[in-house]
Design a protein around this ligand. Structure first.
Ligand SMILES: [Zn+2]
Length: 538
């Protein structure tokens, strides 16, 4: 990988001296900086051309950028030949910050990620303060922020009922959204594909979104109702239109989570969704998106295999529909049809913690049990309630490549930290960022490296209102990655996932070394982040 920085901000006359020598002859006065990252090629997150400079950090903040060869520091890191970037922002994450085995954020740090956006797909808490306090008290390895989730709110008030809320229930849901926003949520997230969000009309979501929109700048983060592979769904195009409408009528700014059409019928159709976003932006609606570079998705078996009508209520209610003569034949037929939209049971790879299920496709599991696929689905629900699954080849890589070029496209892992002992996991949690850089900017020529780095950092900082992060810029918090671009690559694959990405040499989170010389330090330097939005009182 050849990088040609256009500017070298260092004067050069002192370069022959080692920094160690400078520190020693600078004598007894206190050093100018805590850390100097010297001589790296800086991609500052703006998308502009890289330049060579030293970065001086004090008190967890970037204090100076330029030629710092005559200056002193407690520690100087030689970054010659490496790139220096803002710490990356994972715009849609399932980092397990509440679990003892996930709090260190190592899967993310090893990609250069220093901030994760959580509480998405409708799953975020309404007890936001509790969540943030827990992160602060237990310690987290990366910065973390959250949304308040529509599904969590609806479930609290209405359980899994497949109906519209009463006016009184809607008021209670609004109160929970308000609570989440007051406690620091960045906005409202929905997962209208999932239960119980799938039972909601658009108008219900707009009413709740209006509450979040009382905070100026707040965000609507949507997991589409139908990404294109929903059985008897509304279709991808109508689903994108719904997300835009919710933003337009509520006043929230919109981000489409993992934006990409799904299913073979949508291969090559990325431009359709992109055009809808461009048109909305031209009308003055703020619409953005995030994506990862993998063609497999991950969710749960019920959401992929069951028609909507069969997914309401608890496990008992679902299982009863497999037995009742009025529903059983139709359910079995529709499970087969639902899975056909996803490429069939052989494309459903089970990644559940349960070792009996993990690492086999649904088709394999069914044949080992000598059951039909619908009967295998029934057995898994009866024995496990549900199962985590991947859907292989649901995204078209050419769609993803096309969307990578969009100036409003951020980057995410959508990755969930695997639990200890989990054999097969989606590789995106290990490698989404290096894989995107390699596929589209280093091996492919779809986007430039500065543009890709911006989609990892500055673009997301701007969108999420993180005005003190996301750029290598004086005055910004020192979330910084030092990367050996030649070596930067994902090592995790579908069937052999548990390999961290390589090439990240150092990572500073809030000025502290979370990765040093390629090794995680275990320092819990992350902070819980509260939304900066002010309540407008409307
Ligand atoms: Zn997600």
């Amino acid at each position: 990988m050849k990088i040609d920085p256009v500017v070298d901000l260092r004067r050069g006359w002192l370069r022959g001296l080692t920094f160690a020598a400078l520190v020693s002859f600078a004598g007894c006065s206190s050093p100018d900086f805590d850390v100097i990252i010297a001589g790296g090629t800086i991609f500052d997150g703006s998308g502009g051309a890289p330049f060579v400079a030293d970065v001086g950090i004090s008190g967890g903040v970037i204090g100076e950028i330029g030629d710092l060869a005559a200056r002193t520091a407690l520690e100087t890191i030689d970054a010659t030949g490496f790139v220096v970037t803002p710490g990356f922002i994972d715009a849609h994450s399932h980092a397990e910050m509440d679990e003892s085995w996930g709090r260190d954020g190592k899967h993310f740090l090893t990609q250069g990620i220093t901030t994760v956006v959580l509480g998405l797909d409708g799953g975020g808490p309404f007890e936001v303060e509790d969540r943030l306090q827990g992160w602060g008290a237990n310690g987290i390895g990366v910065n973390a922020m959250t949304f308040v989730g529509h599904n969590a709110v609806r479930r609290e008030v209405m359980g899994l009922d497949a109906r519209a809320p009463t006016p009184e229930e809607l008021d209670r849901m609004k109160a929970l959204v308000r609570r989440g926003m007051e406690e620091g949520a960045f906005g409202l997230s929905t997962g209208l594909f999932y239960t119980p969000g799938t039972f909601s009309e658009t108008e219900e979501v707009i009413e709740l979104a209006k509450v979040a929109a009382e905070w100026e700048g707040a965000i609507y983060d949507t997991h589409d109702r139908d990404l294109g592979a929903t059985y008897q769904g509304v279709g991808y195009d109508a689903s994108v239109a719904e997300g835009i409408r919710i933003g337009e009528e509520s006043g929230l700014r919109v981000i489409f989570s993992h934006f990409n059409p799904q299913g073979a019928t949508n291969y090559g159709r990325a431009a359709v969704g992109a055009r809808m976003i461009e048109d909305a932006r031209a009308r003055g609606i703020e619409v953005w998106a995030a994506h990862h570079p993998y063609t497999a998705t991950q969710s749960n078996l019920r959401s992929y295999a069951l028609p909507r009508w069969a997914s309401g209520g608890g496990t008992e209610a679902v299982l009863a529909r497999f037995e009742h003569p009025d529903t059983a034949p139709m359910l079995r037929t529709q499970i087969v049809e639902s899975l056909a939209m996803r490429g069939g049971a052989e494309k459903i790879m089970i990644v559940d913690e349960d070792p009996v299920l993990n690492g086999r496709t649904l088709a394999q599991r069914a044949s080992e049990w000598e059951l039909s696929v619908p009967d295998a689905v029934q057995r898994i629900i009866a024995e496990n309630g549900n199962a985590s699954v991947m859907n292989l080849d649901l995204y078209d890589i050419e769609n993803t490549r096309y969307l990578a070029r969009m100036p409003w496209m951020m980057t995410c892992t959508d990755g969930r930290t695997p639990s200890e002992g989990q054999v097969v996991a989606h590789p995106r949690v290990y490698g989404a960022f290096p894989r995107k850089l390699r596929l589209f900017a280093m091996e492919g020529n779809d986007i430039g490296i500065p543009f890709a780095i911006r989609s990892f950092s500055g673009l997301a900082a701007d969108f999420f209102g993180l005005s003190d992060r996301g750029y290598v810029e004086v005055g910004r918090v020192a979330d910084v990655a030092v990367i050996d671009l030649e070596a930067y690559r994902d090592r995790s694959t579908m069937m052999d996932p548990h390999h961290f990405s390589e090439g990240v040499v150092h990572v500073l989170v809030n000025g502290a070394f979370a990765i040093r010389d390629g090794e995680a330090t275990g320092v819990m330097a992350g902070e819980p982040l509260r939304a900066p939005w002010q309540h407008g009182g409307s």
